[in-house]
Write a protein that binds this ligand. Structure first.
Ligand code: HEC
Length: 155
């Protein structure tokens, strides 16, 4: 009996010691990595919501956009991208896609003014806005895409 009690006490002590050890330790460190720099996070944190949340400062129109498109996009897309209305419910999504994904080989890093201008050019060529319309963080979310009705709105 006595030795059984001793064994139980010993096991309890071991468990308690384990708990203390676990609670007290910050975990092993491996000397890898470093804290993320806020500027690096900001450079990656560029997603734009359908309502325009996340749009950067800047502005552009189709005239400027035609030039940038010719320089950065035409070698793969020709004169313009024909936008399938079924794929683009929001103009903000087009902006977001171009900014994050084009050109895919990263041969050009587009500045916000250039993305606004290219978006204006694409929307003008596809008959969604007029050639003189200026897009910025206020006007871009107000553009109604012709395909929006084909999408279900969330309940
Ligand atoms: C190196 C070739 C290349 C360049 C340069 C390039 N793109 Fe693309 N682009 C692609 C490819 C490939 C796809 C199809 C990607 C997919 O479907 O996943 C695409 C898709 C797109 C789409 C979607 C098309 C659709 O059918 O809805 C748009 C819009 C677009 N690109 C715009 C641009 C713009 C604007 C530029 C210039 C800033 C650009 N691209 C530069 C290769 C390129």
């Amino acid at each position: 009996m006595r030795s059984a009690t001793l064994v139980i006490v010993a096991i309890a002590a071991l468990i308690a010691a384990g708990c203390v050890h676990t609670a007290g330790a910050a975990g092993p460190t491996y000397g890898l990595g470093r804290p993320a720099d806020p500027a690096e996070i900001a450079a990656l944190d560029i997603d734009v919501s359908p309502d325009g949340t996340g749009l950067p400062d800047g502005r552009g129109d189709a005239v400027d956009g035609a030039q940038t498109f010719a320089a950065a996009c035409a070698r793969c897309h020709g004169a313009a991208v024909r936008l399938d209305p079924q794929r683009w419910p929001y103009a903000t999504t087009l902006f977001d896609y171009v900014r994050r994904a084009m050109p895919p080989d990263r041969s050009t890093r587009l500045r916000p003014n250039e993305v606004y201008a290219i978006t204006a050019y694409e929307l003008a060529v596809n008959g969604v806005i007029a050639r003189g319309d200026v897009l910025d963080r206020t006007s871009l979310p107000r553009v109604t895409m012709p395909g929006l009705k084909a999408f279900f709105t969330p309940p």
